[in-house]
Design a protein around this ligand. Structure first.
Ligand code: GLA
Length: 682
């Protein structure tokens, strides 16, 4: 099977390669080390604009010619980047209007990276020009495997170019100013616009901003950046037809990019992932990111474009080396979920520059290091896993993920400052991950009539604050057809403009869930409410963060508030609808309690193949194709474990592609990995 952006066989393996930072002899050593490590792909030129075009319109390609020729001579393909994420020093003085402006009105200057405005005409022209020059020179180079446009789109700007582009975008969206005034509720606080030109980007203002204005600005930024990507993509495609084009998505609340919309414009979805937690939490974050990437890509290939080989930053702002085996487990967690490779930032750790303390596949210590030895071992392992590359990933549940809800719930004017959309989505994923259930993410339905596309029997919907009529209808159809839906608090509340759906929460989902919520009772950081369940049902402990005054309107109570102002009222409900059931959880449950609730709502989750066959902390991902199954087993614990092959859903005779040994009686070392290949039991 040929898929755009994928190597002909096996996996992409390698990282960002920046030989321009090093003397010639280091580059020669790099080639030898890449061969030793089994590198197949190097990402080149991401931040090289100032070397490629040292003066406007004057190019110096000599050094890049040598790099690409060397890579080719050493059997390494190139993901050649357009360098537009870091304009050169001449750019700002020549086009000061193309430097970004913060919400406070400060125009930023050159000195870091990502210092541009995607709406500035001069930046658009310069970006297309360098892309065209690269395509003309390298479009037929034998090393070229992939175009890598830009890097991690996500830069904000509030300048006058942005203001003009924002107004054009709003005109397209609303047609008439009256529609915008209505959608943004501008009657509040004297904000009614009489002319499009009165509308500004959401710059710093005196007190609370208009949430609809902020929300639309993020949507606009996503589209504006997509426009910048597409302009380069079209230039590259025209000059080098047939070479796939991608860009790398970053995860993070600061990124105003909607990957659901972007994915169809990419030949290959690519992501960068840096867990900011440690141990098991880092493994969970990795699974979360990989499941999102696979879901954004739909049925098409995707690629882990960047991760850290060693030292990485934690949420506490400190660097931390990865433990022995961790870079292998993280890489395999991505490959298990369908990534076409495992790539890193960067090949060789820099000596200087702002990221001199960021990991490299070749660390500062050089190749005589445990990191490089593990890099080589992983590079040697990947070809042995090639047979699994195109297999389907078996999933047992879906979680709805909507970046627009994330953006809307990032407003400063919500009923609680403790609302955290990402935390709610991650909890749903984490609880299923711990239950051994691989998760697909589902997109909201943005166009009337489009199906939800969820085939899994369980769909968890955390904090779907903005719910379009189309999404509400699709969720209702999903349940009517037999699905089990578990909706979390703050779902259905507002329309896609962020306007509350009046008459009782959860608004658009009221009928489906069979409840009517009269008011919200947010809880403080130290508060919790005990929950009472009927005898024979699993204990749900206490609710935290949030609670609601829930009235039954067709649903039955599964658990109730047992104290406080809501004592005696339902907290968790279920409502039969058609052939399925819709559950509502009006407070935040602990991970364990949420797991028990999901087990009650969807017993198949607890009974999934693999679940129960391995101890906690051992991750299992199953894939299958043409009657063969591959079971990836990643031991994130510090103890060795014996594998129960039948418990993992394989017939006798399976073997481990990692060790080459029969799978029966296999002992998985502490921190170790196995990829079992065999015939599935059923
Ligand atoms: C991102 C960028 C890289 C590098 C890494 C590490 O993913 O794409 O250029 O900055 O982070 O911080």
């Amino acid at each position: 099977m040929t898929v755009p952006g994928a190597p002909e066989t096996g996996y992409w393996y390698g990282g960002d390669y920046n030989p321009e930072q090093w003397p010639e002899e280091v580059r020669r050593e790099d080639m030898a080390l890449m061969r030793r490590a089994g590198v197949t792909l190097a990402t080149v030129g991401v931040f090289s604009w100032s070397l490629l075009e040292p003066e406007e319109g004057r190019y110096d390609f000599g050094w890049l010619d040598r790099v690409l020729d060397d890579l080719h001579a050493n059997g390494v393909r190139a993901a050649l980047a357009t360098p537009t994420a870091s304009p050169p020093p001449w750019f700002g003085p020549a086009y000061p209007d193309a430097l970004p402006v913060t919400a406070d009105g400060v125009r930023l200057t050159h000195g870091s990276r990502d210092t541009y405005c995607v709406c500035a005409p001069a930046y658009a022209v310069a970006s297309r020009r360098i892309a065209r020059a690269l395509a003309a020179r390298y479009g037929r180079h034998p090393a070229l495997a992939l175009w890598h446009v830009h890097n991690e789109y996500g830069t904000w700007c509030h300048c006058d170019h942005v203001a003009r582009a924002f107004r054009t975008w709003l005109r397209d969206r609303y047609g008439a100013l009256a529609a915008l005034n209505e959608a943004w509720t501008t009657a509040f606080w004297s904000q009614r616009y009489a002319d499009w030109d009165q509308i500004q980007p959401p710059r710093a203002t005196q007190y609370l901003p208009n949430p609809a204005h902020r929300l639309d600005f993020r949507r606009f930024l996503s589209d504006a950046m997509l426009g910048h990507y597409r302009a380069q993509r079209d230039v590259l495609r025209a000059a080098a037809p047939g070479v796939p084009v991608t860009t790398n998505f970053a995860y993070g609340g600061w990124v105003p990019v909607d990957p659901w919309t972007w994915a169809e414009h990419l030949d290959l979805v690519a992501v960068d992932h840096y867990p900011d937690e440690t141990g098991l939490a880092a493994a969970e974050q990795t699974a979360f990111a990989a499941d999102l990437a696979r879901s954004w890509a739909g049925r098409r290939p995707w690629l882990l474009m960047e991760q850290a080989a060693g030292v990485t930053y934690t949420a506490g702002g400190r660097t931390r080396p990865k433990a022995a085996g961790e870079l292998t487990r993280h890489s395999l967690a991505h490959l298990a979920r369908g990534s076409r490779g495992a790539m890193f930032f960067q090949w060789r750790a820099s000596r200087g520059g702002a990221e001199q303390w960021h990991a490299g596949m070749v660390p500062h210590a050089g190749p005589d290091s445990r990191v490089f030895r593990e890099v080589c071992a992983l590079g040697g392992l990947l070809p042995r896993l090639a047979a699994a590359r195109d297999a389907d990933v078996a999933t047992g549940a879906a979680v709805l993920w909507d970046p627009e809800c994330w953006w809307a719930l990032d407003a400063p004017s919500l009923p609680s400052s403790g609302i955290d959309y990402l935390a709610a989505v991650r909890q749903a994923h984490r609880v299923l991950w711990r239950a051994g259930c691989t998760v697909d993410f589902a997109a909201p339905v943005r166009e009337e009539g489009r199906p939800l596309g969820v085939s899994a029997p369980l769909l968890v919907v955390p904090a779907l604050y903005l719910a379009s009529d189309a999404t509400a209808r699709a969720l209702t159809e999903y349940v009517a057809a037999g699905g089990t839906l578990v909706a979390g608090y703050l779902s259905g509340v507002a329309d896609t403009f962020g306007r509350v759906r009046t008459g009782g929460y959860p608004g658009a989902l009221r009928d489906l869930l069979g409840v009517r919520v009269e008011e919200f009772h947010p809880l403080g950081p130290e508060e919790s409410v005990p929950l009472a369940v009927d005898a024979g049902r699993p204990e749900l402990g206490a609710g935290s963060d949030w609670s609601e005054r829930v009235h039954l309107a067709g649903a039955e109570a599964v658990a109730g508030y047992a104290a406080g102002p809501l004592a005696g009222l339902p907290a968790v409900t279920r409502h039969r609808h058609g052939a399925g059931t819709a559950w509502y959880v009006s407070t935040r449950l602990s991970d364990d309690a949420f797991g028990r609730l999901l087990g009650l709502a969807a017993p198949h989750v607890a009974g999934a193949p693999g679940a129960g066959a391995v101890p906690a902390g051992v991750e299992v991902v199953r894939r299958h194709r043409d009657g063969t199954a591959w079971v990836f087993v990643l031991n994130h614990t510090e103890a060795a474990h014996r594998l129960d092959v039948e418990g993992l859903g394989l017939r006798r005779g399976a073997r481990d592609l990692v060790s080459g040994a029969p799978a029966e009686g296999l002992r998985l070392a502490a921190g170790g990995v196995a990829v079992l290949e065999g015939r599935p039991l059923a």
